[in-house]
Design a protein around this ligand. Structure first.
Ligand SMILES: [Zn+2]
Length: 485
């Protein structure tokens, strides 16, 4: 959760989507073929523009002027050589440790700081940039959106209070499930092809893109296949590796005589100091307590529950997904105004409301429910709205009515455990950062990491981060990544 956070209403977005007039026939800009497009070009752009603030609210932006300028510059020059140069493109860095890049229809492209940390040169970045721009130019997401909107509009429209809150909580990094679509294998292959084409056209060596699939493959294996994002939407990294390598050679043969850039050192210098991994300043769990050093609060987390700390909210859920506990900030001034706003926003029927004092803080508790007429299900909600240091925090626990009693004690324990954080050892935390070091002798990666004081337990992780093997030879003067606070 980031300061100052806000929870923007998913419902509004989805309703806006469904209100769009659907269906038209259009020429695909990449293939030149006519195909059924459920979204027109204007609708595509509108969809991107509506969804972009949601993405930014969910992840937060990573603030680094040099990196932002770099991705803008490369993004814009690639857009100019793409199949849809007329679109207005925007390129953003998101403050997430997850390794991911994605695109929205109409020209929005996002890189997480996690993926930027894992690139080892400009050419790898350019390949992924081209891949994402490819999804936009070939109108993949537009087709996917169209299908998904039709299939899922009803399902997501209830946002967190639908029968779907299990899936909502299970989405590892975002509540905006609609925006993280699986593309078909054909779409992915086409985007890989376009990534090679576009990055070659702006002068980068697309063989490096193939190498980056190797990094993704290793990350996936290291995490036991549980990486939820770039990999799950982009299957078979090993297979793609070969294909992209071949395509890169073909494209380079087509364009005669020019040489292709990799730009390793300039890329590494640029990401020196990049935040790596979770940023504890935006909240972290230790033991069974959630601490927020910047907003200076803490509360107990139900033991064994998963915690998903996003920019605009914290989600907590048991493994079986039968309940969901959310912490967000209300834009309202007082707990009672915030309670009214919540009831209205989620179309809840209030059953009872009480004034409370939570560890010396003014609060209102509300018991409410929402009936879903389509599914005949009733979701019960317990909410505490707590005023602290000029902000109103909304803690919301929900479960189906028949399960609700089993969870109310847990909900209350968390809500009534919300308190001021004063322990300096919990407040004074800092994230790890990428540090670029220059090797001063001929050696190999393992020895270099040892010399840099890295713990051996992290050698494999750092080898992947560097896109190398531990026994990879390093010559004097080579730059490598290490991490430190
Ligand atoms: Zn893709």
């Amino acid at each position: 959760m980031r300061k100052p956070g806000f929870f923007s209403c998913l419902r509004a977005l989805i309703l806006a989507l469904t209100a769009l007039q659907l269906s038209s026939c259009a020429t695909n800009p990449v293939t030149g073929k006519s195909q059924l497009m459920l979204l027109s070009k204007d609708q595509e752009i509108a969809l991107g523009q509506q969804s972009d603030p949601e993405i930014v609210a969910a992840f937060g932006r990573y603030d680094n002027e040099a990196i932002q300028q770099f991705i803008n510059e490369k993004g814009q020059s690639m857009a100019r050589v793409s199949h849809r140069p007329e679109l207005k493109y925007e390129f953003k860095v998101l403050d997430s440790p997850v390794v991911n890049a994605f695109a929205l229809p109409g020209g929005f492209v996002y890189f997480t700081r996690g993926i930027l940390a894992h690139f080892n040169n400009e050419a790898e970045f350019a390949g992924v940039l081209g891949h994402e721009i490819g999804h936009i130019t070939a109108r993949h997401s537009a087709q996917q959106y169209s299908r998904q909107i039709l299939a899922q509009a009803g399902l997501i429209a209830g946002a967190i209070l639908s029968e779907d809150f299990r899936q909502y909580a299970g989405l590892a990094q975002t509540g905006i499930g609609l925006l993280f679509l699986k593309f078909g294998r054909d779409d992915e292959s086409e985007s890989d092809r376009l990534g090679v084409e576009y990055s070659t056209k702006i002068g980068y060596d697309a063989h490096q893109m193939a190498d980056f699939f190797g990094t993704l493959d290793r990350l996936s294996k290291q995490s036991g296949g549980s990486i939820p994002t770039f990999l799950s939407t982009h299957p078979d990294p090993a297979d793609r590796n070969k294909k992209v390598d071949r395509l890169a050679s073909e494209w380079q043969q087509r364009a005669t005589g020019s040489s292709y850039e990799v730009k390793r050192n300039s890329y590494l210098r640029m990401i020196d100091g990049l935040v790596y991994g979770e940023d504890p300043r935006q909240g972290y769990v230790e033991g069974n307590t959630f601490y927020h050093p910047e907003l200076k609060f803490q509360y107990p987390v139900p033991p064994g529950w998963q915690v998903n700390n996003m920019s605009s909210q914290v989600q907590m859920a048991p493994e079986d997904g039968k309940a969901l506990l959310l912490l967000t900030l209300s834009p309202e001034k007082s707990p009672s105004q915030a309670a009214d706003a919540m009831l209205q926003q989620y179309q809840l029927t209030q059953l009872s409301r009480r004034n409370e004092t939570v560890n010396g803080l003014q609060a209102v508790s509300v018991l409410a429910e929402q009936a879903n007429e389509q599914t005949q299900q009733v979701v019960s909600v317990l909410a505490y709205l707590i005023e602290y240091e000029g902000r109103v925090y909304l803690l919301m626990g929900m479960a189906y009515k028949e399960d609700f009693n089993a969870y109310t004690a847990r909900f209350r324990q968390t809500m009534e455990g919300f308190r001021k954080l004063t322990d300096p050892s919990k407040i004074n935390v800092s994230p790890e950062r990428i540090r670029i070091e220059r090797i001063d002798k001929d050696t190999n990666l393992r020895a270099a990491l040892q010399d840099a004081g890295m713990p051996s337990s992290r050698y494999e992780e750092l080898a992947i981060l560097n896109g190398m093997e531990l026994n990879s030879p390093l010559s004097r003067g080579t730059l490598i990544k290490v991490v430190s606070k």
